[in-house]
Ligand binder design. Sequence first.
Ligand code: ATP
Ligand code: MG
Length: 261
Amino acid sequence: MSHLRIQNLSHRYGLTEVLEQINLDLSAGQTLALVGPSGCGKSTLLHIVAGLLIASDGKINMTFDRVSCAFQEPRLMPWKSALDNIALGLKASRLSRSQRRHEAAQLGHRMGLSTEDLDKYPHELSGGMQSRVSLARALAIRPDLLLLDEPFSALDIGLKTELYQLLSEQTVHNKTAVFLITHDLMEAVRLSDRIMVMAAEPGRFVHELVLQTPHEERDNAWIYQTTGELMMTDAVRIGFELPAPITSARTSTASHDRSPS
Ligand SMILES: Nc1ncnc2c1ncn2[C@@H]1O[C@H](COP(=O)(O)OP(=O)(O)OP(=O)(O)O)[C@@H](O)[C@H]1O
Ligand SMILES: [Mg+2]
């Protein structure tokens, strides 16, 4: 089975240690979510996995052979229409040009982009449309490892739901492994088999949550409850600078401690 294995990885930009002692395994068909505060090194790690950046230390072993990425900023070709940007991913396939455009249009429509939108150039599209084009381009090659950096953050709730569905079809039918960076804990709980929580300075893993509930059994009640539990863990609370949970014991102590005025 294809896999990605990261061992003892560290990375520095100049003298600043950005990632420290990262260890990670990801197998075909699994979705791993990476959450953590802004600036903790999530995109840096994704760039290293994508081969765009060489880690200062550590080992990466990867046996996936069709890897595609949707980066935090969509990185579309400005001189190509949305449709041609999506079809770019298919260039290496044996499909004819018209077949490639047909497949790209189908994928674009699935992402809620109209034929008119698909004819536009990137600068004529909204941020959310651009990120959908970027996601469609990544999906077009039918990757066996999909690297996603905040792919849904600029989308409204209806579109998100549609794209969650599309993503889960990929993972189930094509056994695609997904490495998903998100700020949204609820999204991580909904989509992943495992959540790695990072802390900053230097970026490191501080908490791992394995979600064994099958995806088809994850209803909203389960998602809210599991997200709530995750938000109560010290690693998440401290990492995201969330306030300490309010308990009745604390409230009563506070009122006792109040000094008379
Ligand atoms: N090319 C670079 N040169 C120097 N420092 C960098 C470079 N890219 C990122 N950094 C620094 O490395 C740290 C991690 O950045 P990174 O983009 O990986 O964070 P992130 O977790 O993806 O944040 P966000 O959630 O805001 O996207 C930050 O402090 C950032 O300023
Ligand atoms: Mg980032």
